[in-house]
Design a binder for this molecule. Structure first.
Ligand code: CTP
Length: 404
């Protein structure tokens, strides 16, 4: 993709150096367009060396190629990082007295701003009004963060880290290939109460389900996340206008919520770790040793939610075009044995795709990274992916797309 990185005059420009590296390493063509002021913080040679493209601030260079509009016209995304209070004011007013100004006026690509300024300047009514105008025009913002600012102050105004800007950019460049589709994802792990303070649970954090929800939303889907005991900071990663969250605790609640949400869904993904059994009865008072030792708990089986959803679809109770994806976390070290188990599980549950992941010290539960193989029609491995849970989410949704 062609990405223009506008740099305006703030000390956070040094962090943009790393952003440009992240973008070029990911294979994008990056053109850096600094303002004159920005060059006081980081000079032309640095930008040219990193982007491997000539760098100029002026509309009078390369006039034959109509550079002042061509950059904007050819861009797939324009990022301004840091975006100072002054540059935000200029962008709002449409002032085009340098190459960055003309580029921003000439582009129809998404624009992403990473504001950086002192907290007072950020809170100032003028800046806030400008931000409101820009967001109402569809300009995207990442940050600012609350933290230490130049000169030792702290407050809102700190530019977010390059990795965060990169993630926001990746999200804006994502294909909108799930536009108009309804996706339901379960995430987290169920808790089956023993008494008011104890439960049978599992180690699922919900990160993979949340990454699937965030990825589906960024590709245009409207998403329902049925979240079983997912921590707020994990859920925050799926914060998006088209993501709705339904909180549940037990397998039975999850089953009800999934059945309700799946009725009109195009894609159903069961990423939650659902307890197969629950205590036959939960005490409504805390169990104490005074009542005698508790050495066993009688269990009863929970419904297999994903199998029930697949059966309802086959019986005509769900949309026939619906694609259903299940997960299986396996600890078998042998890859071929894992695949065989996954094939049997896929058949047994009646799902279209089964993503099998290795749950070991580095992958799976409670870890940031994941590695999956996706078993499809006839037991074929239709895709595999390893990396962040977002990257794995991307591969799973690509496999779903390929099926539809
Ligand atoms: N699942 C479900 N309802 C359950 C148990 C599991 O919907 N009561 C779903 C999970 O969300 C997951 C898939 O089934 O998508 C596989 O879960 P897993 O625990 O691996 O399967 P089990 O049926 O428990 O198989 P086994 O115990 O033989 O590994």
């Amino acid at each position: 993709m062609n990405i223009v990185v506008g740099v305006t005059g703030g000390i956070a420009a040094y962090k943009t150096v790393h952003l440009v590296r992240l973008l070029t390493k990911a294979g994008h063509e990056v053109t850096v367009v600094p303002t004159e002021d920005a060059l006081r913080f980081v000079g032309t040679p640095t930008w040219e060396a990193l982007s491997r493209h000539p760098v100029t601030t002026s509309v009078h260079d390369d006039v034959a190629k109509v550079r002042h509009v061509a950059l904007g016209q050819n861009a797939d995304l324009v990022i301004v990082a840091p975006a100072t209070a002054n540059s935000i004011a200029k962008i709002t007013a449409g002032i085009a007295d340098d190459l960055l100004g003309t580029t921003l006026l000439a582009t129809e690509a998404p624009v992403l701003l990473a504001p950086a300024m002192h907290a007072e300047m950020w809170r100032n009514a003028a800046t806030q009004a400008n931000i409101q105008t820009l967001t109402s025009r569809g300009v995207h913002l990442v940050g600012p963060a609350d933290g230490e600012l130049a000169g030792g102050d702290s407050g809102p105004g700190r530019m977010v880290e390059p990795e965060d800007i990169f993630a926001a950019a990746v999200a804006l460049l994502a294909p909108r290939d799930l536009d108009g589709l309804r996706v339901v994802v379960s995430a987290g792990g169920t808790r089956e109460p023993i008494d008011p303070v104890r439960f049978l649970g599992n180690r699922s954090s919900g990160r993979q389900g949340v990454a699937l929800a965030a990825e589906a939303a960024s590709r245009g889907a409207s998403v329902t996340v049925v979240a079983a005991n997912v921590a707020g900071d994990v859920l925050a990663e799926a914060r998006h206008p088209s993501v709705e969250v339904v909180g549940v605790e037990t397998a039975a609640q999850l089953a009800d919520a999934m059945k309700a949400a799946s009725r009109a869904a195009d894609i159903v993904i069961m990423a939650a770790a659902v307890a197969d059994y629950r205590p036959a009865s939960a005490s409504d008072q805390k169990l104490t040793k005074e009542q005698g030792p508790l050495t066993s708990i009688e269990l009863v089986e929970n419904e297999d939610v994903v199998a029930a959803l697949a059966a309802a679809r086959t019986a005509g109770g769900g949309p026939t075009e619906q694609v259903i994806v299940a997960f299986a976390a396996e600890t078998l070290p042998d890859a071929e044995e894992r695949r065989e188990r996954a094939r049997r599980k896929r058949e047994r549950k009646g799902v279209d795709l089964l993503a099998v992941n290795l749950a070991d010290a580095d992958h799976g539960f409670e870890k940031r990274d994941n590695a999956v193989e996706i078993v499809g029609e006839g037991g074929a491995i239709v895709a595999s992916a390893a990396g962040s849970k977002r990257e794995v989410a991307r591969a799973i949704l690509d496999a779903v797309r390929a099926m539809r």
